[in-house]
Design a protein around this ligand. Structure first.
Ligand SMILES: Cc1cn([C@H]2C[C@H](O)[C@@H](COP(=O)(O)OP(=O)(O)O[C@H]3O[C@@H](C)C(=O)[C@@H](O)[C@H]3O)O2)c(=O)[nH]c1=O
Length: 191
């Protein structure tokens, strides 16, 4: 497995976020790869304990995010796309961070099998680029309805460059909750 850091639109390394590329073994039967290996993952990201797996399916134009959980239940998320293609985004919401408010995004697809590690302290969201996409992600804490928070997907202060192919009419399909999420400046953030 190869691990690389991502850069923000401003060119800074988004410390802690990693793009993971597995070694895939293809043969006449199909393919095989280790989708998660505790030893190699921990060597790249530091000791991490996952407690929950989430699986969602979305149609083209669906945007889920930007989501995070506040302490005492912040979540790190290891995200991959099992069907189709998504644009996956991490936003640094640690007020004390030099890259506070900056974002990095990457296309994750069933074909590339790459995964994005989004540690606690980042908001996460994705846009579905293909007719349908299934996303599976491991989390380091359980879901907490009390601690979950959102930030609006199109906050100009963050300025995420969402790919146009996911937004045929310019507007994504959002949940009711995501449609009324606050801007970063008004969000209930980490220290
Ligand atoms: C996140 C979550 C939701 N649910 C329930 C609550 C709700 O009735 C239903 C759908 O929830 P949501 O609308 O919040 O699902 P969704 O918008 O897909 O939320 C997810 O978005 C991505 C971007 C993330 O990063 C995730 O952490 C999570 O926040 O599932 C759980 O039971 N467990 C969970 O862990």
């Amino acid at each position: 497995m190869q691990a690389e850091q991502l850069r923000t639109a401003q060119g800074a390394v988004l410390e802690g976020v990693l793009l993971l590329t597995p070694r895939v073994f293809g043969d006449d039967r199909g393919f095989f790869f280790e989708s998660w290996n505790q030893a190699t993952f921990d060597a790249a990201a530091g000791p991490t304990a996952f407690v929950q797996d989430n699986h969602s399916r979305s149609v083209q134009g669906v945007l889920r995010g930007l989501h995070y959980q506040r302490p005492p239940h912040p979540q790190g998320k290891l995200v991959r796309c099992l069907v189709g293609e998504i644009f996956d985004v991490a936003v640094d919401i640690r007020r004390s961070s030099p890259t506070f408010g900056q974002w990095a995004g990457v296309v994750l697809s069933a074909e590339s099998k790459q995964q994005l590690w989004v540690p606690a302290g980042f908001a996460h969201g994705f846009l579905t680029l293909s007719p349908e996409a299934e996303v599976l992600y491991k989390t380091t804490d359980f879901w907490s309805r009390e601690c979950e928070r959102g930030i609006r997907w199109d906050d100009p202060q963050i300025g995420i460059a969402w790919p146009r192919e996911g937004l045929p009419d310019g507007q994504p399909l959002l949940s009711a909750k995501d449609g009324v999420a606050p801007a970063l400046a008004d969000a209930d953030l980490f220290a």
